[in-house]
Design a protein around this ligand. Sequence first.
Ligand code: ATP
Length: 213
Amino acid sequence: MIGVFGGTFDPVHNGHLRTALDVQEALGIRRIHFVPLKEAVHRDQPGTPAELRCALVQAAVADQPGFIMDNRELHREGPSWSYYTLESFRREYPDEPLCFLMGSDAFNGYLQWHRPLEILELAHLVVMQRPDASRPGGDLAALLDERQTLEAGDLHALPAGRIFLQPVTQLEISASDIRQRIAVGRSARFLVPEPVLGIIQQLRLYDCLLYTS
Ligand code: ATP
């Protein structure tokens, strides 16, 4: 089984990494591809160029077996719709179950994504419960009623189509908080891996307040 973890990763932080490891261990995922987006579609554009965000992810995952930095969205023109990213993973792994990882905050807006139901034809969704997670209502609750499974084994048995809510280590770390801390001269140590911190310091990323929003 393969995991796909998309995000802005501006910067990648221990909240992403620890929770991805929780999911990998809990579900028996062979490898997790971290896929930094090029062009955001559901939020403001990241202030940091995509190549640099990829370099941060590369530094973060280099020593972790089964974690892979994947820059496929950089090579695609136009907005980084997850549907097309997952289509390309499906071509690469025609028969293997795919799990698309997202935090519960991202899942709350899932039905506003491009082709959400077709995404479920390509992959399972694994929703990592974040500290502020509340049970969704409305159409999302209906989707959960239809697609949720409580059995991790179902994810291995089918290539796509199920939603699994995964409890993970609760780490109240966010990239926006890290950017803001650095902008006001505070440290991001212990919130990001040391090699990531090294690049941030060396290139003076996020030093400017205008850069953080
Ligand atoms: P920002 O603060 O800039 O919005 P972020 O910290 O939420 O960034 P993203 O790169 O936007 O990071 O997130 C990518 C994915 O990782 C999303 O699905 C998000 O829900 C999830 N995620 C981010 N931080 C955590 C965390 N601390 N615990 C669990 N999931 C997380």
